[in-house]
Design a protein around this ligand. Structure first.
Ligand code: CP
Ligand code: NVA
Length: 329
């Protein structure tokens, strides 16, 4: 995979994605000083430099790229107010960064921006979240589900409940088409995945269900997944989304509807599960809610694996950098 970009999982085969997850597991073992393959010893990214462009906020993704780089001997530059897009075109910025860095991470808006970065920089570019996709998140989500269930990827059933056309759900849908797990989406009709993406996934042979009924979606599921009701940049839609999605909250009754006593709860985070954030305090004042997409009880409960997922962001992002910057995969 040396020299490849990761803009979307659409560009990777099932075997390549599974190899990335296996490499993530090995790098996790290395970090924990457990047994790991000897060819992964030493600083795998020694002397390299990584640019991290963040046009949207982040905790997990930024920290995962930084810690992964530091662990393997690379330096990083965090860019949040560069000239890109204001005084300098994406093309020119990409050409400059490509002269200085071995790889570039981008988090921001349109897909065309990250495609231009990849086209003009000449170095691997990694998608750290765009309006329409979040591929490194899916790697961590699948890894976490495999670790907790012990199942092969094709045996897994993911049920996503909430905003069915956001970046996180799109990435899981692409993952389903590539990896063969079943993917069910419970969402209001107006938030269904785009017909283009849905039809592409069907064409790839994906096992999909899109329904307006959360209980139908979660029956027999291995993983119940949700994400925020309005994504970064959609804050003005809060009232509209709360009205649309209030019946789609993940709570204990919905977990019970899975009929799976070992069902896992996953969330990419950050999550609105209590009043301890300024956004949720405003929502509480304006809409009378104390939690949104998931109840505090489920979030903190025994089915929740959200912090394992958060940790796995780092191991999977490290694997993506190692695979695309070295000849290891
Ligand atoms: N899940 C995720 O991408 O988190 P951050 O927004 O904190 O990076
Ligand atoms: N859908 C969310 C994911 C955050 C990790 C957003 O784009 O804000």
């Amino acid at each position: 995979m040396k020299g490849r970009s990761l803009l979307t999982l659409k560009d990777f085969t099932k075997n390549e994605i599974l190899s990335l997850i296996e490499l993530s597991m090995h790098l996790k073992a290395k970090k924990r000083k457990e047994a790991y393959p000897p060819h992964l010893a030493g600083k795998l990214l020694d002397g390299m430099n990584i640019a991290l462009i963040f046009d949207k906020s982040s905790t997990r993704t930024r920290c995962s790229f930084e810690v992964a780089a530091f662990d393997e001997g690379a330096g990083v530059t965090f860019l949040t107010n560069s000239q890109m897009g204001t005084k300098e075109s994406i093309e020119d910025t990409a050409k400059v960064l490509g002269r200085l860095y071995d790889g570039i991470e981008y988090r921001g808006f349109e897909t065309s921006i990250i495609e231009d970065l990849a086209r003009y920089s000449g170095v691997p570019v990694w998608n750290g979240l765009t309006d329409d996709d979040h591929p490194t998140q899916t790697l961590a989500d699948v890894m976490t589900a495999m670790e907790h269930t012990g199942k092969a990827v094709e045996e897994l059933v993911f049920a996503y409940v909430g905003d069915g056309r956001n970046n996180v759900s799109n990435a899981l849908l692409i993952g389903a088409a590539k990896l063969g797990y079943s993917y069910r989406i419970a969402t209001p009709a107006s938030l269904s995945p785009s017909p283009d993406l849905y039809n592409w996934a069907l064409g790839e042979g994906a096992n999909l269900l899109v329904t307006t009924d959360p209980r139908e979606a979660v029956k027999g599921a291995d993983v119940i997944y949700t994400d925020v009701w309005f994504s970064m940049g959609e804050e003005a839609k809060a009232a509209e989304r709360i009205a649309l999605l209030k019946e789609y909250q993940v709570n204990s009754a919905l977990l019970a509807s899975s009929n799976n006593p070992s069902v896992l709860f996953e969330h990419c985070l950050p999550a609105f599960h209590d009043l301890n954030t300024s956004v949720m305090a405003k929502i509480a004042k304006e809409h009378g809610l104390s939690e949104m997409e998931v109840t505090d009880e489920v979030f903190r409960g025994p089915h929740s694996v959200v912090f394992d997922q958060a940790e796995n962001r780092m191991h999977t992002i490290k694997a993506v950098m190692v695979a695309t910057l070295t000849g290891i995969l």
